[in-house]
Design a protein around this ligand. Structure first.
Ligand SMILES: [Zn+2]
Length: 216
């Protein structure tokens, strides 16, 4: 399958972690009526396991539930986009990256192989060095997550950086994964080289593409 380019301009939805919005956690009865693929299968698989915490990164959210429930919650309460297919490409932009310390961009859900994955992109500081990290997490348990691999690639202006990894289960929080640096790490300086038109201004414009596959 050809990679689909969906250059999401999501800078307006970047969340500053220093100023956390409160998750409303309100779900109307209409939400239950939304059809979702694979609900039955996933439901059976997870009926014996404990509920998952909401994997949303932009706000403190205490919602827990099984996978179908979380997918509805992410879509309806956090307005998270679902991307169908195993290849993806997203553009992360910010007008003033110099003043961006700890922040997380809008979460993207990936739907492939009948399962769902979360694509995260965050700004953080490692000691005093400003960094960005992108990584994928599996909506399911660790054991099953290990059946999958993913790659992420960022590039521009003749430079390219690639990461291959194993998606971590959402049993680990996105913060745990970020702090263990288990993902594509880009220093801010490097990110500015990749930014597509950094000659005209100092905007951050990163195109992160990647794919998920099942290990044989
Ligand atoms: Zn939530």
């Amino acid at each position: 399958m050809e990679p689909r380019i969906t250059d999401l301009q999501i800078q307006s939805r970047v969340h500053e972690l220093l100023d956390l919005p409160v998750c409303t956690n309100q779900m109307s009865t209409a939400i239950y009526q939304c059809p979702i693929g694979h609900t039955k299968e996933v439901n059976n698989e997870n009926s014996k396991t404990k509920p998952y915490n909401c994997p949303h990164s932009g706000s403190k959210c205490s919602v827990t539930g099984d996978i179908p429930w979380l997918l509805l919650h992410l879509r309806n309460d956090h307005n998270v986009d679902m991307h169908d297919g195993r290849s993806f490409s997203h553009r992360y932009v910010h007008h003033n990256p110099k003043h961006l310390h700890h922040a997380t961009w809008m979460l993207t859900l990936l739907d492939c192989f009948g399962r769902q994955f979360c694509l995260y992109f965050e700004a953080f500081h490692l000691r005093r060095t400003p960094m960005y990290i992108a990584f994928v997490q599996f909506i399911g348990d660790e054991e099953e997550a290990m059946n999958f691999s993913y790659s992420l690639e960022v590039g521009g202006n003749g430079r390219k950086l690639k990461w291959q990894g194993v998606p971590r289960s959402i049993r680990d929080s996105h913060k745990t994964v970020r702090d263990s640096q288990d993902g594509l790490i880009i220093t801010r300086k490097l990110a500015m080289f990749f930014s597509t038109d950094n000659t005209s201004n100092k905007e951050l414009k990163l195109k992160v593409s990647g794919r998920v596959w099942r290990e044989q």
